[in-house]
Write a protein that binds this ligand. Structure first.
Ligand SMILES: Nc1nc2c(c(=O)[nH]1)N[C@H]1C(S)=C(S)[C@@H](COP(=O)(O)OP(=O)(O)OC[C@H]3O[C@@H](n4cnc5c(N)ncnc54)[C@H](O)[C@@H]3O)O[C@H]1N2
Ligand code: MOO
Length: 401
């Protein structure tokens, strides 16, 4: 469509020149969801020595290769208290799971396979083989192994591994700071029982939620009236943030001056208006080192734009590899031919018995409707000029978070 930037080109321009933020050391207990800035290397081997995997007796396999076999119990090795001596021919040491295997022993005879003849004497009921029930030193990992690569997001499993690698503090990417300004004379905060004709400012909460769920931080600069001076003051208060998001005032109305005031405060405009629906009047520019995204005010427009542009921007600042969010699905209902804007249609998603995803568009696609956006499972992506399609035809969808 004339004068409108294709979505893919717009995403490319938003990410152009963006580099991962600096690294900071964070206590491992605070690292859930953080992204590694450097590979994490094992500071020790695990297990650090050969250890028993079972409760039983540390023996020489050759002594219990055939039955009957009787052994003298010469001591005990609980976990954390290694047996100092040597296991010689005809001897055994009582051992417990996790304890270091004493020198001379090369197998563990299970407790259940032993008849205790006296305090000092046992008879084996089963033979053992060399190495049986022993976890070798370094079975899990060896010292120096780089097991967690840079760019990895730390979930519960990776956190446990990072701790096992013996790291108390972890080098992670600083959280991208996103400043958010809502604009509009009609806006009131939720729960404020404002005038009947007011509109509750909702978009910022969804965008803040997205940022936080991605591992970023939010500076909420509140609601600003349609007043150039007040907007300028709020924009200045965003200084130090990595990204500024403005909500509303992006279009062509007499009170839509986000772009004008941003430019007046020093933003170098990169582009305005994208060939997409919803989200056409999106503004993008740079204000010093800060990336500025001026989202349209319509709630669904701003939230769809945040998924398409803000999400990869935050992910890139976190050093995460780019993710392709669109997956294949089958249309659950017919669609009309598309015009020159790339459509993002709110749709239900279901899984058919053969495992395919069925995406059924909602009949009403108004960009003000948060109710259907919240209910939707996906967005059907329709490139510009896609011809009419019937139920059963293939499509691409973005699964909604
Ligand atoms: N003549 C034209 N009019 C419009 C065009 C156009 O091309 N020519 N584009 C339309 C499209 S598409 C969109 S999208 C909207 C976006 O315009 P703005 O960014 O200027 O948005 P506002 O007018 O400020 O607000 C639109 C709508 O959204 C509500 N709103 C705003 N902020 C919030 C918020 N934080 N939370 C909840 N709701 C919010 C606002 O009350 C309005 O109802 O322009 C079309 N017009
Ligand atoms: O882009 Mo507007 O977002 O179509 O409603």
């Amino acid at each position: 469509m004339k004068g409108l930037l294709p979505v893919e080109e717009a995403i490319r321009r938003v990410l152009d020149g963006v580099v991962p933020l600096e690294s900071e050391a964070v206590a491992i207990s605070d690292c859930l969801g953080r992204v590694l800035a450097e590979p994490l290397v094992a500071r020790r081997s695990q297990p650090p020595r050969d250890v028993s995997a079972m409760d039983g007796y540390a023996v020489r396999a050759a002594d219990v290769a055939a039955l009957p076999a009787q052994l003298a119990v010469i001591g005990a090795a609980p976990a954390g208290h290694p047996f100092a001596g040597q296991v010689s021919r005809g001897e055994a040491v009582r051992i417990f799971t996790g304890a270091v295997v004493p020198d001379g022993a090369d197998a563990i005879l299970l407790q259940e396979d032993v008849e205790r003849l006296s305090e000092e004497r046992i008879a084996a009921r089963e033979i053992v083989t060399t190495g049986q029930h022993i976890r070798r030193r370094g079975l899990d990992f060896e010292i120096g192994a780089a097991l967690l690569p840079a760019g990895l997001r730390l979930g519960m499993r990776q956190l446990a591994l990072a701790a096992a690698l013996d790291h108390a503090n972890v080098p992670v990417r600083r959280k991208p700071l996103v400043a958010i300004i809502a604009t509009g004379d009609e806006l009131v905060p939720p729960g404020s029982d404002g005038p009947e004709d007011s509109i509750v400012a909702s978009n910022g909460y969804g965008i803040a939620g997205l940022v936080q769920s991605l591992g970023g931080a939010v500076r909420d600069l509140g609601i600003v009236a349609d007043d150039k001076d007040k907007l300028a003051t709020a924009i200045d208060a965003a200084e130090g943030a990595d990204i500024l998001v403005t909500l509303g005032g992006a279009s062509v109305g007499d009170h839509d001056f986000a772009q004008e005031v941003l430019t007046e405060r020093g933003m170098a405009l990169d582009f305005w208006r994208i060939a997409m629906r919803p989200g056409k009047p999106l503004i993008f520019g740079r204000l010093g080192p800060m990336r500025v995204l001026g989202f349209p005010g319509n709630p669904v427009s701003s939230l769809v734009c945040s998924l398409l542009f803000l999400r990869p921007l935050v992910e890139t600042m976190l050093g995460l590899a780019p993710v392709e969010h669109a997956v294949s699905a089958t249309l659950g209902g017919p669609l009309r031919a598309n015009d020159g804007r790339q459509d993002y249609l709110r749709a239900e998603i279901a899984i058919a018995s053969d495992g395919t995803r069925i995406a059924t568009p909602f009949p009403r696609q108004d960009s003000s409707m948060l109710s259907t956006f919240a209910e939707a499972g996906c967005l059907i992506v329709r490139p510009p000029h896609t011809p009419a399609a019937l139920a059963g035809e293939a499509c691409r969808v973005i699964i909604l978070p």
